[in-house]
Design a protein around this ligand. Sequence first.
Ligand code: HAM
Length: 428
Amino acid sequence: MDIQRPRGTRDFLFEEMKERKQIENSLRDIFETYGYAEIKTPLFEDLSLFTMKSGEGITGQIYNFQDKGGRDLALRPELTAPVARLYLNELQKKPKPLKMYYFGSCFRYERPQKGRWRQFWQLGCELIGGKSPESEAEIIAMAAHSLENLGLDNFEIHIGNLGIIRGILDSADVPRETQDTIMAIIDKGEIEELKNTLKNNDMPPNTREVLLTLVGMEGHREVINNASEILKEMPESLKALKDLDELLNILEAFGFSKYTINLGIARGLDYYSGIVFEIYVHSLGAQKQISGGGTYNLIELFGGEKVESTGFAFGFDRLVECVRLCGMENKPLKTVDVYVAPITRDVKLKAFEIAQDLRKIGIRTDVDLVGRKLKKILSQANNLGADYVVLVGKRELDEDKVTVKNMKTSEQEQVDIKQIPEYFNKIK
Ligand code: HAM
């Protein structure tokens, strides 16, 4: 029988897992530095959680099924709706703002291609109960910081405010449902389709014109002035533009000014309500969007109180690809600090003991389990990025000593066995 893995899924082998883990840890470090704590939600949820308010784009791609009890369930296509559900179930009474982050796989029935998978990973965060635009600015600064920490500098952060387009459509009394359809077309970037849809909808020609001009506006601070000129008759949109301007002031105070204002960002999910942003890395080609997020009102839509919430998620697999394109994969991946090497088989028990003592004090340690020759052990220690090798030899053991080899300088020194934890603690 020839069993293949399902379309749009992948197996990850050792090297790739090491690389993914390293990137994951780098992102976790930054998120935790900004005060986010990790949560985990189930891989599957009630189908209605995703069909209620996530938007056409997502609902058409859901992996849903009935379980043996006849319940309609779905593999999660994203994590914002599950986190909003979790908040309503468990966290409503907790002091706000709540800062949560997550890392886990998502499932979307898409046409698989490079950078687009049916099972993929997101590392993202939600800030519930913060205030706009301060929370939005901090979140965008954190996204930029995360990318810089990975050594990336070829990303573009595009920021917009959905309130601007919604304001234009509201001023022409376009019903909410039609607005959602229009937003979905803008999100796809289909300008011809947008023109046709606008033509088929009853609205003043001026509204159409303003909308088409606005979705094409992209640039730095000058966009705000140009747009406010065009929107002067539309107070709702003007207010949204002012909010965007204020966000940018705060973002600059957070030390990030390399943003692009992009009034054509619509986002593929229906729950966004204000500031939205997307991060692009053009060298990835068609699937260049490595992250998306913004402010949303899902909690209220699910029947909770109105709580300002904002968040974003990195498409983790695309991020891994970016790091690879940057040539970072050539750096040796470091998985252990110390490698313990029994020189002969008869000292292996002592070697295991030393390795355990080091692990207990938090030093990443590996030990030879397969009785390799010393040359092979040293080469393995090198592959794993070990800084030191502890050579355990029979003759030295009789004097309660081992040799510690510094892998960078090749220097060796004898250390008393009892002193080993202290020795490595000092250089930790
Ligand atoms: P999203 O833009 O749908 O937003 O997904 C976030 C990121 O996941 C995308 O920018 C992309 O990099 C990655 N992604 C999406 N689909 C695929 C796929 N089929 N294969 C590989 N990567 C993919 C959300 O999901 C929102 N929940 C983000 C958010 C959090 N908004 C507020 N809080």
